[in-house]
Design a protein around this ligand. Structure first.
Ligand code: DX5
Ligand code: ZN
Length: 217
């Protein structure tokens, strides 16, 4: 299991140091939540801030775009140093274009699903993408409760992948409400990468929650 702390729960007054600290504490990837106030009600940050903190770590920058029409800003996030860009299925009608542009830039592409979206809408894309992000909370805020029923989507994807290992190469990621009390079930369902915001950053020593998410999985 890989662990991707979400900096949404970090102290933004010292963002660079927070990223260095989770890196040192054992984070595998750094998860960056971009919100536009339209696709979700909340607003966070965009490509210029990602570009500024890129030099704080060499870990994978996992950029979760909760923005409408992400195709319009794709180049700025690629230029900012994203290694993996995840867009929402619900946010665009240009998925084919987005997939080919991110791949042409030599970066990884993920597609995310809100809790109300059925998982089989992704079937036409599964053999082309690097990651599927199953939201286990309604996107927009940290600190919400884990939606247990989302594990069924992870199990579906994991079983498809097990049945067709030569066809499907995607990783499965879950995001929202992940902590010590649910990590075992998340792992058992077939998840490869967990995002954790509040569970990591509320602890004084980030290596403790990151270690627990690694160990219990
Ligand atoms: C929510 C974001 C998450 C958020 C998770 O829209 O996509 O990445 O930071 O926060 P926790 O782990 O606190 O639920
Ligand atoms: Zn996220």
């Amino acid at each position: 299991m890989l662990v991707a702390p979400s900096i949404l729960a970090a102290d933004f007054s010292k963002l660079g140091q927070e990223i260095r600290d989770v890196d040192q504490a054992g984070a595998d990837w750094i998860h960056l939540d971009v919100m536009d106030g339209q696709f979700v009600q909340n607003l966070t940050f965009g490509a210029p801030i990602i570009k500024k903190v890129r030099s704080c770590t060499s870990k994978i920058f996992d950029v979760h775009l909760m923005i409408v029409n992400p195709e319009n800003l794709l180049d700025s996030f690629l230029d900012a140093g994203a290694d993996l860009i995840t867009v929402h299925y619900e946010a665009t009608s240009k998925l084919d274009d987005i997939i080919s542009r991110v791949k042409a830039a030599g970066k990884k592409i993920g597609i995310s699903l809100k809790p109300n979206s059925p998982v089989d809408v992704l079937d036409p894309y599964l053999d082309q993408i690097d990651l599927i992000l199953i939201m286990s909370v309604e996107p927009g805020w940290g600190g919400q409760s884990f939606m247990e029923s989302m594990l069924d989507k992870v199990s579906y994807l994991s079983s498809l992948r097990n049945k067709n290992p030569s066809k499907f190469h995607f990783q499965i990621q879950m995001d929202g409400g992940i902590k010590d009390s649910n990590i075992e079930r998340v792992k058992k369902a077939g998840c490869d990468v967990v995002v954790a915001g509040s569970y990591v950053f509320k602890c004084e020593d980030y290596s403790i929650p990151i270690g627990i998410l690694h160990e219990n999985s």
